[in-house]
Design a protein around this ligand. Structure first.
Ligand code: KG4
Ligand code: ZN
Length: 341
């Protein structure tokens, strides 16, 4: 007997993107609508939580309506309603959670709370139909830097994490220091193409007794010190060289740790996820290194790397299949750990 198709309406509002998507059977994206608040937060040089929550509440119904209409479907045709319930900004999360609960309650649909990072990892399933666990995944976003072993759908082991700044956070802070504005990642990516990545030698930090852990705060300080010393000496700063050299230092460490883990754990597959995974230089580097080592390399399109709801719908499908359901008492959990419920 053919199994019935599973249609999930997924909602994501953990940070500064109000997003909704309709996903069929975890892998087919029928719509993926994203309202980005970046323009609004640019003025302040970063995300202002209060403003983010207010914008989510204003936009969420329109975004859901657009997602359903692009998919050519109605709420009644949805199998389940999924929503990011952590980690993230509490007020921002609450908007999505309250919305999903209201829809699930009114339409008598199952509700599935999804972990944001599980969503980022699951973005890889959408365009790589053949990808199945187990594999290693490097999750690099504005709030997280995790080296994760995906043992099975919904089963994760974090083998490495950042001790201080997340990779994306380092990009954003360095971008601000060289006057590029928010969000810094894409701007550093672009400017780096005009710079020499070997012009300035910035540190590649190791964490003692934790070979897969990361630390980016020393690198950020080294960039700030470099900028200061140029200013003191009255030397002009080549911003493209700073961007390219900083970016290379980050990518070196990410690549080294990820490739080492793949080898030590005996995997043949490596995936990347999160906003920083859309970095063009990082993608090229991983592609090259994986090809040399005969490792299958997986990465989502840039639009599926940064925050979106399609990835939440992909993750929710596998939770749904396992029988995971959230109660109507589902709450936002800003510090939710991966693998926790
Ligand atoms: O995954 P994401 O959209 O949100 C979080 O869950 O944090 O990631 C946003 C982060 C920001 O720090 C942004 O600067 C960074 O991803 N980012 C990039 C690029 N595009 C976005 N970093 C480096 N290169 C990029 N092309
Ligand atoms: Zn994210």
């Amino acid at each position: 007997m053919m199994e019935k198709d599973v249609y999930i309406l997924a909602i994501e509002s953990s940070c500064d993107e109000t997003a909704a998507a309709v996903v069929r059977n975890g892998r087919d994206v029928l719509s993926n609508v994203i309202f980005s608040q970046i323009e609004l937060h640019k003025l302040y040089g970063g995300v202002v939580p209060e403003i983010a929550s207010r914008k989510h509440i204003e936009k969420i119904n329109q975004v859901i309506e657009a997602a359903l209409s692009e998919a050519g479907m109605t709420l009644d045709e949805m199998t389940a309603i999924a929503v990011t319930y952590g980690p993230g900004l509490v007020g921002a999360l609450l908007v999505g959670v309250a919305e999903a609960k209201a829809i699930a309650f009114a339409k008598k649909k199952p509700l599935i709370g999804v972990h944001h990072i599980e969503g980022h990892i699951s973005a890889n399933y959408i365009e790589n139909k053949q990808l199945e666990p187990p594999f290693a995944c490097l999750v690099v976003s504005g709030g997280h830097t995790h080296l994760v072993i995906v043992k099975d759908y919904g089963e994760y082991e974090i083998v490495g994490r950042t001790r201080d700044d997340a990779a994306g956070e380092a990009f954003d802070k360095v971008a601000r220091a060289i006057g590029l504005g928010y969000p810094g990642g894409p701007k550093i990516d672009k400017l780096s193409k005009e710079g020499n990545p070997d012009a300035i030698s910035f540190p590649r930090a190791k964490v003692e007794n934790a070979e897969y852990d990361f630390s980016f705060s020393g690198l950020k300080s080294a960039v700030l010190n470099y900028l200061n010393s140029c200013e003191m000496k009255g030397e002009e700063v080549n911003r493209a060289d700073v961007a390219a050299s900083f970016q290379k230092a980050v990518i070196d460490v990410l690549a080294e740790h990820a490739l080492h883990a793949v080898k030590e754990y005996g995997f043949t597959k490596l995936a990347i996820a999160g906003g920083v995974a859309s970095n063009s230089s990082l993608r090229e580097r991983f592609q090259k290194e994986c090809a040399l080592r005969k490792i299958e390399f997986y990465y989502p399109s840039p639009v599926l790397c940064t925050d979106n709801a399609a990835m939440i719908g992909a993750a929710a499908y596998y939770e749904y299949k396992k029988g995971v359901r959230s109660g109507f008492d589902l709450n936002a959990v800003p510090g939710l750990k991966l693998g926790e419920r």
